[in-house]
Structure formats: structure tokens, C-alpha cells
Design a protein around this ligand. Structure first.
Ligand SMILES: [Zn+2]
Length: 435
């Protein structure tokens, strides 16, 4: 084997640095070990005299930061299984499933993930295994387990405190186990025993969670599938509102301008998780294209479409008001398989985000929302060399995010395998819903 060079230089026709601007022409990136050392015009970027350097020229392609997906579920199957069923699998099986998902994510160009709901210590042990070199996956920002109420959404994953003291205890326990941030389920959700239209924790419980997390410098993110949960989470100072569904206890949709204003004023991040919803629509559309639908299924499809349009509209209003919206896919939850993050970014564009801002939402903005922008999210000296190479310019057309041809994690080129194995990662859209 040839000895590794001291430096790597990546160059291409276009570079997107991840800071939100347009793409730049004829740039090069100088990498030493895992770190970016310099970025600039190709004629100016050179390794120091006397050092060995490997130059990788990607011709007319685009170099950009690896994608940062702020919302994943590595234990999920992405094949329609509900959470209750996922949680019934033994931890050993779920850890292997998580490893499969992690590999898929990395091969697709996602180089950092924030895990939003694993069971017991599965994700923590998976990260250990990746660090040991047993398997590959993106950088992992972990919650350990979500904090839920008894019978509440994701309570089956193992942490269900009651009262402010137990809530503090839960946060301390998760941090002791290695959690990087604290995920809260502030309302019910798809969990069979939970009530999605009702809040879960009381305000004093939520406040003790955020207070304890803040004390240790950890961010908080709250699952909110109805309005009162959003309001409570904001009052408790939660840093990220997940789903952000404006729904009343009677199930009616009602965008609350006052709460949206509070989101903007508190600079809370919003992770709207649009495609996980659309993926269930697509599942029915694909069934329709394949074998047809029953009358009941057709009615369900029409209802889901109306719901999706409403969620797009609410997201559009949040964007117009200046809310900080980032890409967090929610895969492999429900029908949305990890390795397909661009579908969520595409939905943000459907809600009115520009292509250029959408690229930002899945790179440096997303990294900022995780407090990881000192490490990843953009191509800048001092950051980790998490870089992908793309055919096309996603700042002009977001769907070119699919055209990943190379992935580098911490300066190492990832072996992505055959086209056949890569195409197995991709979920396809229905013919009736073209790009
Ligand atoms: Zn989720």
C-alpha cells in the first residue's frame, strides 16, 4: 500500500461553502488529516513545500459540505412499521438495524445526524461501534432516549419521568450515559397509548428539563404535534420545535400567529418534518399506480393531501415571518427511509424557501441548530473535512442534491459500493408526483 500523503487537495468547477451564498468558481480545498486547512482560488491553494499531496480533481462537478440531517430515527425501518412495533424488537436487532441505517445515510452524503428517538442505549452503543471502526456511519449527535411521559409518545423507548424532580433526574441520567442534547415529546404522537392533540408534560416538568439541560450546556428539542405543546415548549425555553403542527384539541388546523411570533422572537429553530408526511401519501399513490386503491384508501389519500397542503402553507407562513427552519428528515420513521434526506429539503423549497437557502438548511444552518457549527456544516479552515461532490448546482435546483458522486468524512473518502447497492438506498417517487 502506498503511504498516505500529508495533504489532500479537492478541486472542482464549483464550490458551495455552506454559508448561504451562491456557488463559487474554480475553488480548491486543502485538507490535512481530518481537517480543512485552506479554501480559495485554485491557483492560490498549495500544500507546503516539501510535503506530499494527493490532488483530486472533480472536473465540472460541485464540492459542498456533507449534509447535516437534524432529525433521524436509526432504529426505524422506513417501511410503514409504527413505533410501537419497532420498540417491540430486541435491542440487539435494533442496533443492527441502526447500523444499516447509518451506513445508508453516510453513503447518501449525510455526514452528520441528530438522532431523535432510539430505544434504550442502541444509538449510544452504535456510536461506540462506529468509533471502534466496526461499521461506518455519519457523525452522531445523540439524545440517548427521548424524554416522555408514562404512556406518552415514545415512552416505549425507556425514559418516562413524572414530576420536576424525576425530569431533572432523567436529564442527568441521559447526560451521564453520553447524550449530546435532550429530546422531549411535548405532546402525544403516533404512539398508540398517547394523545397527539394534547400536551404531555406539565409546564413545571418541561421547565425542569430545559433548566437542567441548559445548566450542562445542552440544547433541547421538543416533538410538538399540536398547538398547546408548541406553546408550552416555548414557555419552557425549548431550542427547537419539531413537527410544529398547529392543531387544536378537536383536530382542527389553526395557524396561531401569536405563537409563530413567539417562535421568531425566541429564535427557536423549527423542524417541520414535511416529507415524512408526504411519504405516506406517496405510499398510497404508488399502490394506486401498482394495483389501485379501495374507496376507503382513496378517501384517506385525499384527506392526507389536504393535510399536507395545510402543513406546507403553515411552513410557508413561518418562513415569511422569519422563523429559522432547518432540514431534519425524520427518517427512518414511518415510510421514510434513511438515505433520502433531500426529499425533506425539497419540501422546504415547496414551502417557499429558495434553493440556495435550502442548501444552507441542510448544511451550516442545520449544524448551527445542533450547536455543531464549530465542527461541521461549512467548508472553512478549522472545520472537519466532511465534504460531498455533486453533479450539478443544488443552489440553483435543489433536486441535484441527489447526484452525489463522492463522500468524504473527516477527510477520508468513503467507499460507496456499486450503483446497484446505492440505488437500493433510494426511495422512488410516484409517477404522478414528478420533480
Ligand atoms: Zn421523529
Amino acid at each position: 500500500m502506498e503511504p498516505e500523503s500529508d495533504f489532500k487537495i479537492l478541486r472542482a468547477k464549483r464550490l458551495i461553502d455552506g454559508n448561504g451564498g451562491p456557488s463559487l468558481n474554480n475553488q480548491s480545498v486543502l485538507i490535512k488529516d481530518s481537517e480543512i486547512v485552506a479554501v480559495g482560488d485554485t491557483q492560490d491553494i498549495k500544500a507546503p513545500d516539501g510535503s506530499s499531496v494527493e490532488v483530486l480533481d472533480f472536473g465540472d462537478k460541485t464540492i459542498m459540505p456533507g449534509m447535516v440531517d437534524a432529525h433521524t430515527h436509526h432504529v426505524g425501518f422506513g417501511a410503514g412499521r409504527v413505533g410501537d412495533e419497532v420498540a417491540s424488537y430486541p435491542d440487539e436487532v435494533l442496533t443492527i438495524q441502526a447500523a444499516k441505517n447509518a451506513r445508508r445515510a453516510l453513503l447518501s452524503g449525510v455526514t452528520t445526524i441528530r438522532e431523535n428517538g432510539p430505544k434504550n442505549v442502541t444509538s449510544l452503543r452504535l456510536r461506540d461501534a462506529i468509533n471502534e471502526g466496526l461499521t461506518i456511519g455519519p457523525r452522531m449527535h445523540l439524545c440517548g432516549r427521548p424524554v416522555s411521559i408514562i404512556g406518552g409518545h415514545m415512552g416505549y423507548f425507556g425514559t418516562t419521568p413524572t414530576g420536576p424532580n424525576q425530569c431533572r433526574e432523567a436529564v442527568r441520567q441521559l447526560i451521564k450515559e453520553g447524550a449530546d442534547y435532550i429530546k422531549i415529546t411535548a405532546t402525544g404522537g403516533s404512539t398508540q397509548t398517547s394523545l397527539p392533540l394534547r400536551p404531555s408534560f406539565n409546564l413545571d416538568e418541561l421547565r425542569s428539563i430545559t433548566d437542567e439541560a441548559q445548566k450542562f450546556g445542552k440544547l433541547t428539542a421538543a416533538h410538538c404535534s399540536s398547538t398547546q405543546g408548541i406553546a408550552n415548549s416555548l414557555d419552557a425555553g425549548v431550542d427547537m420545535i419539531i413537527h410544529c403542527i398547529f392543531q387544536e384539541p378537536d383536530g382542527s388546523n389553526n395557524f396561531r400567529e401569536d405563537i409563530a411570533e413567539q417562535i421568531v422572537a425566541q429564535q427557536a429553530y423549527v423542524n417541520p418534518t414535511l416529507h415524512v408526511f408526504r411519504s405516506s401519501i406517496w405510499k398510497l399513490m404508488l399502490k394506486h399506480e401498482d394495483q389501485g386503491l379501495s374507496t376507503a384508501e382513496q378517501i384517506e389519500l385525499d384527506e392526507m393531501r389536504r393535510g399536507f397542503d395545510e402543513r406546507l402553507e403553515h411552513c410557508a407562513r413561518l418562513l415569511k415571518m422569519g422563523a429559522k427552519v432547518i432540514t431534519g428528515s425524520d427518517s427512518s420513521w414511518g415510510n421514510y427511509l434513511l438515505g433520502n434526506t433531500p426529499y425533506e429539503t425539497e419540501c422546504l423549497v415547496m414551502a417557499g424557501m429558495s434553493d440556495s437557502n435550502a442548501v444552507h438548511s441542510v448544511t451550516n444552518d442545520s449544524a448551527k441548530s445542533l450547536n455543531m457549527d464549530d465542527l461541521v456544516g461549512s467548508i472553512e479552515p478549522g472545520k472537519q473535512a466532511d465534504i460531498i461532490v455533486i453533479d450539478g448546482d443544488p443552489t440553483k435546483k435543489i433536486t441535484t442534491l441527489w447526484n452525489v458522486s463522492e463522500v468524504f468524512l473527516g477527510g477520508d473518502k468513503i467507499e460507496r459500493g456499486s450503483d446497484e447497492s446505492l440505488s437500493a438506498v433510494r426511495q422512488h417517487r410516484p409517477v404522478a408526483d414528478p420533480e
